[in-house]
Design a protein around this ligand. Structure first.
Ligand code: UDP
Ligand code: MG
Length: 326
């Protein structure tokens, strides 16, 4: 931020998918937090909480509407259908960048510590354009979630994807950083991998992650795995290189084996090698299928990207500025 004598307008984007059980509590706490920040002269009184309804099938949108009516702090954005966490978040960031100086994002379930917002805002006011919220302990997550997440971060960084360790989507960005982010046009979205690519001055703020306040995680194991896959294949082509390398090593090995077998053949020492033949058929067959699968994954990604399909549609925008429009 350059004009720090004027208080920055903060927009907090909260994607919500079937969150009727947490929204009331979340909004209550956010209202308190925002009033305190305004009172402490940290943010402008025109700051807002932008609740994005990602095509929920429960009462989420009705709750957002009533929140908006009862307090002008809350605005709402309704997507035309369920587009997924990342796209819902992106739609909110884009919308918020129209009005805000600072744009933060947070999950609806109160797992991210709201109190970290104070430090995030003051960091941003010091001139940091991207402030990452990093959880410093995962004791509230289930063993499976902790294990899969941690192995994933390690695997990802070993493949050269530049992501911030233990950072999810709790962060604060300047308008300039969000506008830069919106220049990435990809459909296969993995925002926490994209934000570091934007660059600018950044820092981390640490907090401990709590339990989901109510309701269930919207990320099933299947969704989590496919998200993890996205996080690798959208940023790194190393898996393809590993396959090429494996293929090369196996080809070299079989060349030596061929020489060895030919020598055996001419010496007359021929074995009935049923087991070894069957073994190599299965091993190589498996490897080839795996290789085809990984390559196919990248071809599929290219296919999706070349279509350049729009990533989301806005059905309704509730705000005292934009009024109700499509
Ligand atoms: N979410 C969303 N669209 C989806 C799935 C999830 O907007 O299709 C939102 C959800 O409402 C929540 C956030 O994304 O605010 C993170 O989801 P969740 O808490 O279920 O994930 P977890 O914390 O278990 O990884
Ligand atoms: Mg959660």
């Amino acid at each position: 931020m350059t004009k720090m004598d004027i208080l920055p307008i903060l927009y907090l984007v909260v994607p919500c998918y079937n969150e009727e059980s947490v929204l009331r509590e979340t909004s209550k706490r956010l209202l308190e937090k925002f009033s305190t920040l305004v009172k402490l002269s940290q943010i402008n009184a025109n700051s807002k909480v932008l609740l994005v309804d990602d095509g929920s099938s429960d009462k989420t949108w009705e709750i957002i509407e009533s929140l908006h009516q009862s307090n002008s702090l809350f605005c709402g954005l309704k997507l035309s259908r369920n587009c997924g966490h990342q796209k819902a978040l992106l739609s909110g960031l884009h919308k918020a960048a129209e009005f805000a100086d600072l744009i933060a994002s947070m999950d609806a379930d109160l797992q991210d510590d709201i109190n970290a917002l104070d430090e995030m805002v003051s960091r941003a006011r010091e001139g940091y354009e991207v402030v990452y919220g990093v959880r410093n302990d995962r004791s509230s997550d289930s063993f499976l979630k902790r294990f899969t997440a941690q192995s994933f971060y390690r695997f990802q960084s070993s493949l050269g994807v530049d992501a911030v360790y233990n950072h999810a989507d709790y962060r604060l960005m300047s308008k300039r950083a969000v506008l830069a982010l919106s220049q990435f046009r990809e459909v296969n979205l993995f925002l926490r991998g994209l934000v570091p690519l934007v660059g600018f001055k950044s820092c981390c703020v640490y907090y401990s992650r709590g339990k989901r306040f109510a309701g269930e995680s919207k990320y099933t194991l299947g969704k989590m795995l496919s998200f993890a896959f996205e996080g690798i294949t959208s940023f790194s082509t190393k898996p393809i290189r590993i396959i090429t390398l494996t293929g090369l090593i196996i080809s070299l090995f079989s060349l030596f084996a061929l020489v060895y077998l030919l020598i055996g053949h001419f010496i007359g020492d021929v074995q009935v090698g049923w087991t070894s033949i069957i073994m190599s058929i299965w091993c190589l067959g498996g490897l080839q299928l795996l290789a085809l699968g990984v390559i196919g994954e990248y071809v599929g990604k290219t296919y999706m990207e070349t279509k350049r399909r729009p990533r989301y549609f806005i059905e309704e925008f509730l705000s005292d500025k934009g009024d109700k429009d499509a």
